[in-house]
Design a protein around this ligand. Structure first.
Ligand code: UDP
Ligand code: MG
Length: 330
């Protein structure tokens, strides 16, 4: 890494643009080009691009280093391995130095031009400005439908009202960023947390583009985990379901007992035999296992919190050396 001239520290950025990157070698040059074009030509104040390399195993990191050489406003946080999208965003916010931070996907589905709209609302005095997808191009119907259902369900069962059709693309004022940085929970659901912190919040609409290149890094498995993190971190409803089901089944069985007594007294031979018993035992066994599983989901998450490991391990942070305030590592 060449040393920068110590005499002229770079101006402190007004806006930090944070992009999590996982195997996006095909996109990074274009991301830098689009972001720098918009920011230089239209934003007109100091900015930085914080690329968080979330354990990519393609050429992403090399390209990031090239971009940093070319433009020292590109800063890099290189993770020691893949820690996941939400953690990468968190690290970006820990390192970002701007007066406001914009979280953006690296794949250019969130057009960098929208940053200007977000910043305009910020200038009006809002601390959290989220970008609402008016339209989503190039997504499968399955993803659109599951996302739609998920946000409607989570808003019903949790106390936080996550604005519908928003992702992680949003602007956060320094106050909001500092509030979020205090939250160090491991199974982070940033969309919920950024509502939870409060402050003045508003949204602007935009059209979500197709991925510029490459494939989605969110296979079904990761999407399910993400959904579970969202629900468990904001709701106890799954735990309470066991209670509700317990009461319902107990109530039904009391009715069943009364019915059986009446049938027996009247000499009926109905409901004799093993099949009934077997079906009921299996049914109850199933419900008990599901309930245990739900408890397990919460228990595992509690265990992760109790262990209190750092959220991420940084291999190298490039471009942040000259800053006054150090980053938080956990
Ligand atoms: N990403 C990441 N770590 C991961 C998975 C994804 O940093 O483990 C990044 C990815 O590089 C992209 C953003 O998170 O910048 C969103 O991922 P993607 O575009 O694949 O998700 P989708 O838009 O398909 O939901
Ligand atoms: Mg994407």
């Amino acid at each position: 890494m060449p040393e920068n001239a110590p005499s002229s520290p770079p101006p402190r950025p007004i806006l930090s643009i944070v992009a999590p990157v996982y195997n996006e070698e095909a996109i990074l040059h274009e991301l830098y080009r689009r972001v720098s074009q918009v920011m230089d030509a239209q934003f007109g104040e100091p900015w930085e691009l914080v690329l968080v390399n979330d354990g990519s195993w393609d050429r992403s990191y090399e390209i990031m280093l090239e971009l940093h050489e070319q433009d020292p406003r590109v800063h890099i946080v290189n993770f020691s391995r893949n820690f996941g999208h939400q953690i990468a965003i968190t690290a970006g916010m820990d390192y970002a130095q701007g007066q406001a931070v914009v979280i953006i996907d690296a794949d250019l589905q969130d057009p960098p031009e929208v940053i200007l709209d977000l910043a305009a609302k910020w200038r009006e005095g809002y601390e959290v400005v989220y970008a609402i997808r008016r339209e989503r191009k190039g997504e499968t119907w399955f993803k659109l439908w599951t996302a739609k259902m998920f946000y409607r369900i989570i808003n019903k069962i949790t106390g936080v009202n996550i604005p519908l059709d928003t992702g992680d693309f949003r602007l956060l004022d320094r106050k909001a960023v500092d509030a979020l940085r205090q939250i160090r929970e491991h199974h982070r659901f940033m969309r919920g947390l950024s509502v939870w912190i409060g402050f003045r919040q508003t949204g602007v609409t935009y059209v979500r583009e197709e991925r510029f290149a490459g494939e989605t890094k969110y296979p079904l498995r990761k999407m399910l985990k993400f959904a579970m993190d969202g629900i468990t971190s904001f709701s106890y409803l799954p735990l309470q379901l066991a209670t509700y089901m317990g009461f319902t089944i107990a109530g039904l069985s009391i009715l069943g007992i009364i019915l059986t007594i009446i049938l027996r007294l009247s000499g009926s031979k109905a409901f004799y035999g093993q099949a009934t018993t077997l079906v009921m035992v299996l049914f109850l066994g199933g419900i008990q296992l599901i309930s245990l599983g739900i408890i397990g989901e919460y228990l595992g998450r509690i265990y992760d919190e109790v262990k209190n490991r750092p959220l991420y391990i940084v291999d190298e942070a490039v471009g942040f050396e000259k800053r006054e305030t150090g980053p938080t590592y956990r």
